[in-house]
Design a protein around this ligand. Sequence first.
Ligand SMILES: [Zn+2]
Length: 373
Amino acid sequence: MSKPRLIGAEIFRHSSYGRWHPLRVPRVSTVMDLSRALGWLPPEQFIIAPRAKPKALHVWHTPAYIASLQRVEATQEATAQDRARHDLGSVTNPVYPEIFRRPATAAGGSLLAGELLRDGGIIYNPPGGTHHGMPDRANGFCYLNDPVLAMLSLRRSGVRRIAYVDIDAHHCDGVAEGFHGDPDCLMISVHEEGLWPRTGLLDDDAGGSALNLPVPRGLNDDEMAYIRDALIVPQVETFRPDAVVLLCGADGVEEDPLAHLSLSNNAHWAVTRALMGLARRFLVLGGGGYNPWSVGRLWTGVWATLNGHEIPDRLPPEAEAVLRALRFDGNRRGKNPPEHWFTTLQDAARGGPIRAEITDRVWRLSQRASRKG
Ligand SMILES: [Zn+2]
């Protein structure tokens, strides 16, 4: 099998949702820069994301919405109709200079990934992971839904059974809408309970296609390892997928400003490693993650995991310089960043007791899945 490939683009380097928005921080460019500094991104493993054409987006999004996004990018103004119908120009989904081009580039990468995986392989598209986007409107910082587009692209490549695993701190409401009731899709989402959008309750099975596991605040590495070994891996194995899609949002780590989980980046890497080899095709997407150091270190470690690279205890000077150049203005975490955010990729493990509400919920989901199977 050929080597894993990473999809990226320069548009993500300077594009920002605005000074006060959580997505003001660079993320994808940090992964590209760190990976290059570590010698992990030779040209033959790198693909520049193509910008998706409007027509390619119509497979899931409405033509009216795509036209609206393009017009808002051109005029830099959302009309009353854009606001009311498409939720453009709101606090969460603001108008910004690349409001169409940026999400269309993330989507272009995901659509391309579905084609490249036709015969198997591993693709990593860290710009992707916009799992809240809806067919006719923006939702939760997501203007398009590239995970849905990636899965539809896989289907066009002849891939039938898709296991979609989502460990972002937020529930994947847009993907659940896209694949509701699809018998050839298994969606497993692990997300913080009570957090926006407050969907994905334990009893919500999305028409039979989803296992939703809301988890309490403070989720630790040992709890995530339990969820991985008792729920995620056995359910994906039983499903026998033709492709696995992992949405590896980085907002479940302790230092993330938007969620309240307490994972270290080891948890995300271990889930990534556990899913490798469970299907001939493996697509890994980004997602949330709003602390620029956490997200850059975590997602670079995902790339190392996919390639089997050993992560050095201390980063070489060129990689350290990438992390030292990051800024996190307007957040207390940016004032005195701890030294290990500059000098390491790997966090110290954050273990702890495995709480009964987690084992109980995993048991209930497993029971429901076995009744169905
Ligand atoms: Zn999230």
